[in-house]
Design a protein around this ligand. Structure first.
Ligand code: GLN
Length: 447
């Protein structure tokens, strides 16, 4: 009730929620109370959370921030949603996001932009902008997000919270509406690394309904929270500190690294030579996958269907033209182009090869260090409307976050400070495969 009251009172300023269902939330809360009274409570029983509207949840409107799914009520739960329910967590609502998770500012939502709680002139980042803003404004203690190219880390950075994208395959994608399936990964967003570790314990684990889910023994992601940092080797990629990086972000990240040095870490420069290729590679491969994934929205099976149409092709065309926003259309067109005969080898296959080389670069860097640190984004949160008419300018925002998704590596953003305008700045930590527990431990010990 406390959080529902706060949402009602404060969210009109931020627009972080798309759907609330007070009765449903309170019923879940009462069930959690009963479970606690009966002695069946786990660590998160009764803890409220909210889900990015990319996750489908039974009985909840599940929109993906799109007109296409504006009135779509899911008949089933995403695995992540089901696991949170099984843990006794209480769903507060569904959170705003860029349409189908495509964007870096949350301005691509059919339900309107989200405002950054630190400064409502600023964007919250995207695509998990509703998740980041709701946690930052204390409208929920914790939230789920998804990260295909930075959508957990960049909004976490812009809103001064902690978020982690696990190793690809750790969190089930079942019921997480697909954008670019070989990149998409769900993860927690919260006030602290410790809270993220607890939610990741619930979210992670093998799921036979996701063909890329990894079969591994269950882990306790809180296990390394207090493991000493002495001897930790930090790598700073020189390509992450070059042109285009805002000077206040650079100074804040350097100060954070200095603090890790004082906690016992050693620091050395490493190289990720293909960093400049991450944007073109991602913006070929992710749209290619998106164009295929989004073909299911055809006006027949799910969501929006045009009111008037002629033949079948006309029905598809009108339903999709009306249902999708401009950025989604841009990506479908880019994707079908790079997959088409005559361009496939030049773009799609070439980008797949570069993707492998980018992953190899990380493995060479990890020969010399345990974790990589750098900025999560080249700037702090920018003003609403300042980039929304320039897609290339928007894509540049993703320069530091895309590579871990191309390589499938875990990566997180933690709050590192503020710029002079009072907007938060995040530090990105990239680890080798399955090093989430260690990364959360570093983050936990950073003040
Ligand atoms: N900003 C990137 C994009 O627009 C990443 C989005 C994401 O991680 N879902 O595709």
């Amino acid at each position: 009730q406390h959080y529902l009251d706060r949402i009602q009172q404060l969210d009109p300023q931020f627009n972080s929620f798309i759907t609330l269902d007070t009765e449903r939330s309170l019923a879940e809360a009462r069930a959690a109370d009963a479970r606690r009274a009966a002695g069946h409570a786990g660590p998160l029983t009764g803890i409220p959370l909210a889900h990015k509207d990319i996750y489908v949840a039974e009985g909840w409107r599940s929109t993906c921030g799109s007109r296409m799914l504006e009135n779509f009520v899911s008949p089933y739960d995403a695995t992540v949603v089901a696991r949170c329910k099984d843990a006794g967590m209480v769903t507060l609502g569904k959170l705003n996001c860029d349409e189908f998770a495509m964007g870096s500012s949350n301005e691509n939502s059919h339900f309107g932009p989200v405002k950054n709680p630190w400064d409502t002139q600023a964007v919250p980042g995207g695509s998990s902008g509703g998740s980041a803003a709701a946690v930052a404004a204390r409208l929920t203690p914790i939230a789920t997000g998804t990260d295909t190219g930075g959508s957990i880390r960049q909004p976490a950075s812009f809103c001064g919270i902690t978020g982690i994208k696990p190793t690809y395959g750790v969190v089930s994608r079942y019921g997480m509406v697909a954008y670019a399936s070989s990149f998409d990964q769900g993860g927690p967003m919260a006030r602290s690394a410790e809270d993220c570790a607890h939610l990741l314990n619930v979210m992670a684990g093998f799921d036979e309904r996701d063909s890329t889910s990894l079969k591994r023994p269950a882990e306790d992601y809180t296990r390394d929270l207090n493991q000493p940092l002495a001897g930790l080797r930090i790598g700073l990629p020189k390509e992450y500190f070059g042109d285009g990086l805002d000077s206040e972000v650079a100074a804040t990240v350097q100060a954070a690294v200095e603090q890790f040095r004082q906690l016992g870490a050693t620091v050395k420069e490493v190289s990720l030579p293909r960093t400049r290729m991450a944007i073109p590679t991602y913006y070929i491969l992710a749209p290619a996958e998106a164009s295929s994934n989004l073909s299911r929205f055809d006006g027949v099976r799910y969501g929006h269907r045009a009111a008037e149409y002629g033949d079948l092709a006309d029905m598809y065309e009108r339903s999709r033209s009306e249902g999708f926003g401009a950025e989604v259309k841009r990506r479908i067109l880019t994707g079908t182009y790079v997959l088409s005969h005559g361009y496939y080898d030049a773009y799609y296959i070439k980008a797949q090869k570069v993707r492998r080389l980018i992953a190899d670069d990380f493995q060479r860097a990890f020969a010399d260090c345990d974790v990589i640190m750098g900025p999560a984004a080249p700037t702090a949160a920018f003003d609403l409307g300042s980039r929304s008419n320039d897609p290339l300018q928007m894509y540049l925002e993703d320069v530091y976050t895309l590579s871990p998704n191309l390589a499938g590596l875990p990566a997180m953003s933690i709050p590192a400070g503020f710029n002079r305008a009072g907007r938060p700045i995040g530090l990105q930590i990239i680890g080798n495969y399955f090093s989430e527990a260690r990364m959360l431990g570093l983050a936990h010990q950073f003040q």
